[in-house]
Design a protein around this ligand. Structure first.
Ligand code: PLP
Length: 405
């Protein structure tokens, strides 16, 4: 069976050029970049090159503004915890109701354990931030604003440059989780007021377990991980040099092919969306109709619950994901869909440069019958489902943690 990956917001295939760039750093180039001798110096130069490649992708002013981390989650945690430390006279955080758990779980923890006040700004039915509520939450008590650049489920893009400017007016730091946006949207950080930005290698055809945090020159920063002096004292621990080199190459390729990839990927995404809307009644696209990642389609199917569609698609070799958190046999929409007041679970199809027209046509070939079959399925509340229904995959709770990457 041919496998079709339409779940690229979860993770992407590593580009073969990225793999080639990484290989020597597992073998001959095994040196520690902190060492004084030649083994170390060659590897230190490769780390510097990767920093420059990332600088170019996000439009940072200086390569030293980039610190390598283990990924998006660590970068998000490092940014928020540092801000609370350097802005110790301020005890509030402003974030959105639709952030990734890397931000929301940390905020809930800080609320509970440190008495930090967290403002979770609501969104509308397209996942757009409520700007009035945002403005109202901004006071001189706010240490940091953390609002994502683009949402991982809906693809809705937030106006982060404008939000950062407003945060500056009350002296708060501005961080953005740009894990889903980096490599897909053009960026020029030096022309914005964004202080910190998180990114992750595996979302842009780079390796897993590597990411970076951008910290603008002049912004005070306290390292999350204490130890040696690596990464200009911003992240202790011997560097993941193959990962760093791979991330650098992924960044270079993303920048080089961004326009072409986006044009093609958007065409495929729109073809799928239009095809579904035309062929299957009672379906609609969630997410902002205009300000949306070019690769993301999040589609609600009325009267179908939970993981049913992704499960049945996976049986014919198509990977996508659903917007339900299916825990303990109850079918709950994800926190993002709940924040959007969505009445229906939605299915996310997310594309990459490795997708083709044939992938879209295959989905359009099999999906109408799947939806028809599921809609013919006796409608019942989660509590009324039989064990057989659950086992047959309509609820994949054992494999889910309740959130979507
Ligand atoms: N933030 C967003 C918006 C994401 O989509 C993800 C990945 O799922 C993360 C953060 C976490 O990134 P990582 O998997 O590199 O820790």
């Amino acid at each position: 069976m041919r496998l079709i990956n339409l779940d690229n917001n979860a993770t992407t295939r590593v580009d073969p050029e990225v793999v080639q760039a990484m290989l020597p750093f597992f073998t001959d180039q095994f040196g520690n970049p902190s060492s004084m001798h030649s083994f170390g110096a060659a590897v230190a130069a490769a780390v510097r090159k990767a920093r420059l490649q990332l600088q170019a992708l996000i439009g940072a002013e200086l390569d030293q503004e980039i610190t390598f981390t283990s990924g998006g989650t660590e970068s998000d945690n490092a940014a928020i915890l540092s801000a609370l430390e350097v802005m110790s006279n301020r005890t509030e955080i402003v974030t959105s109701a639709v952030e990734h758990p890397a931000v929301l779980t940390l905020c809930a923890h800080l609320e509970k354990t440190r008495g930090v006040k967290v403002h979770r700004i609501p969104v509308d039915r397209h996942g757009r931030l409520d700007l009035d509520a945002y403005r109202a939450a901004l006071t001189p008590h706010v240490a940091i604003v953390s609002i994502m650049w683009a949402n991982n489920e809906t693809g809705t893009i937030f106006p982060v440059a404008k939000l950062a400017g407003l945060a500056k007016e009350v002296g708060a730091l501005f961080h953005t989780d740009a894990v889903q946006a980096v490599g897909k949207l053009p960026m020029d950080l030096k022309s914005t007021a964004i202080d910190m930005l998180s990114l992750s290698g595996h979302k842009l055809h780079g390796p897993k377990g590597i990411g970076a945090l951008y910290v603008r020159r002049g912004v005070r920063f306290r390292s999350l991980i204490k130890g040696g002096h690596q990464e200009h004292d911003r992240r202790a621990g011997t560097e993941n040099t193959p990962g760093i080199v791979g991330l650098g190459m992924a960044a270079e390729l993303a920048l080089k092919f961004m326009d072409d990839d986006n044009t093609r990927v958007k065409w495929l995404r729109d073809r799928l969306e239009n095809g579904i809307l035309q062929r299957i009644p009672n379906t609609f696209v969630t997410g902002d109709p205009l300000e949306r990642l070019p690769n993301t389609a999040n589609i609600a199917f009325e009267n179908i619950e939970g993981d049913a569609i992704p499960f049945l698609l996976s049986r014919v070799g198509i990977a996508c994901s659903s917007g339900s958190a299916c825990t303990s046999g109850s079918l709950e929409p994800s926190h993002v869909l709940r924040a959007m007041n969505a009445a229906h679970a939605a299915v996310r199809f997310s594309f990459s440069r490795y997708n083709s027209e044939a992938d879209v046509d295959r989905v359009l070939e099999v999906l109408p019958a799947i939806v028809e079959r599921l809609r013919g399925f006796p409608s019942s509340g989660p509590g009324e489902r039989s064990a057989e229904d659950l086992q047959s995959g309509l609820c994949l709770s054992s494999r889910r943690t309740g959130s979507r990457s």
